[in-house]
Design a protein around this ligand. Structure first.
Ligand code: ADP
Length: 354
């Protein structure tokens, strides 16, 4: 069963916090709603769950308009950040909660609780209370509780943000496994963490200021972003203001060769170049690289496989992730960077994410 937002608008006291959202999540798909805090992600999720009523637009589940249905009649499982387990109930009772409310028989309930605890690796903890569990285990129970009702749609609201970094990456792998084991369940996953979105999602919907900015596969958004906000929010990017010429752009008095098809000469635009495609002169290849920029090293960070250089070029910082640097430059050195024309994307001049 898929989800469709059909021009969904939500407002609080006349303030629009979700502005005419059009978005379709296919059956079995994991869609991440990615964006900064306050961009309207949770509101979109709550509109699907039925906890908030749109002032305009419709929400469809499996093609059926559910906008006027109460939450418990939507067949949805939901997992939120703060686990929200009942402290006085044992793990198995917590997981059975949604089934009791739905009047599922005792025998069936036992079976489904066992199955959901098995799936989340919590079978051995069935008789414990939440306070006897770690944060990660509590979140597994919350996921088991959501799965026990056998939802067609699973809504996850920042489910990992209360966990520490190591637990988070383990749980991320488990969610990916669950997705493989439940290929028909469609998941809408709210996060402000691009790593979670890039790891888990089939597609990412990027939100900013109550609006959908872009939607695509992680690869599409990374390789060919269509706006500066998305480019900077997904993956990190050098975004520099340029003026478009014929067959290239000019930046800081330097002519750079890039694909300018579809952009009017003389227009102002933003050039997007990912740090990992920026090389340091002289490169390992024969001859000098195209699109050279000379500047001063302001910072250098060792990141294991790469060095991240921050180079100031005419008042703008250009980031370069350079591999296998035997003799790295030091702070204050003058260096020349280069990038290939096909590795740059020209975007409308616009807002970026800081
Ligand atoms: P996100 O999930 O992207 O952080 P939210 O959807 O939670 O964003 O919130 C979007 C905006 O709506 C925020 O400005 C928030 O303050 C506001 N908001 C959310 N819930 C309420 C509410 N119940 N009453 C008033 N304003 C709200």
């Amino acid at each position: 069963m898929g989800i469709r937002f059909d021009s969904v608008t939500v407002a609080y006291d006349g303030n629009v916090v979700l502005d005419a959202l059009d978005l379709t999540v296919e059956p079995g798909e994991v869609m991440a709603l990615l964006g900064p805090s306050g961009s309207g992600k949770t509101t979109a999720l709550r509109a699907v769950a039925g906890f908030v009523r749109p002032v305009a637009g419709r929400v469809l589940l499996g093609g059926r308009d559910v906008t006027d249905l109460p939450p418990y009649r939507r067949g949805i499982g939901m997992v939120v950040q703060q686990y929200a387990l009942f402290p006085h109930m044992r793990v198995d009772e917590n997981v059975a909660f949604g089934l009791r409310a739905r009047r599922v028989s005792k025998g069936e309930t036992r079976q489904r609780v066992a199955e959901a605890l098995e799936m989340t690796g919590m079978a051995a903890y069935a008789r414990r209370h939440p306070r006897e569990l770690s944060g990660g285990q509590q979140q597994r129970v919350a996921i088991a509780r959501a799965l026990a009702i056998r939802p067609d749609v699973l809504l996850l609201d920042e489910p990992l943000s209360a966990l520490d970094a190591q637990l988070r990456s383990g749980m991320l792998a488990e969610l990916a496994r669950l997705h493989r084991e439940l290929p028909d369940v469609c998941m809408l996953y709210v996060t402000h963490d691009q790593v979670e979105a890039l790891t888990l999602a089939d597609r990412i919907a990027v939100m900013d200021k109550a609006r959908l900015q872009a939607c695509g596969t992680p690869r599409e958004l990374y390789r060919a972003p269509t706006d500066a906000f998305t480019a900077s929010f997904v993956g990190g990017a050098n975004l520099v203001p340029v003026t478009v010429g014929s067959g290239g752009v000019s930046f800081a008095g330097t002519e750079l060769k890039v694909d300018t098809r579809g952009v009017v000469a003389g227009a102002r635009a933003t050039l997007c170049v990912r740090p990992h495609v920026v090389g340091l002169e002289p490169g390992p290849e024969q001859g000098p690289g195209v699109n050279q920029l000379t500047g001063v090293v302001r910072e250098i960070q060792w990141r294991g496989a790469t060095h991240r250089l921050y180079v100031e070029v005419d008042g703008h910082t250009v980031m370069a992730d350079v591999r296998e640097l035997r003799d790295p430059p030091v702070h204050g050195d003058s260096v020349t960077l280069h990038f290939a024309p096909e590795d740059a994307v020209l975007l409308p001049a616009g807002v970026t994410h800081e």
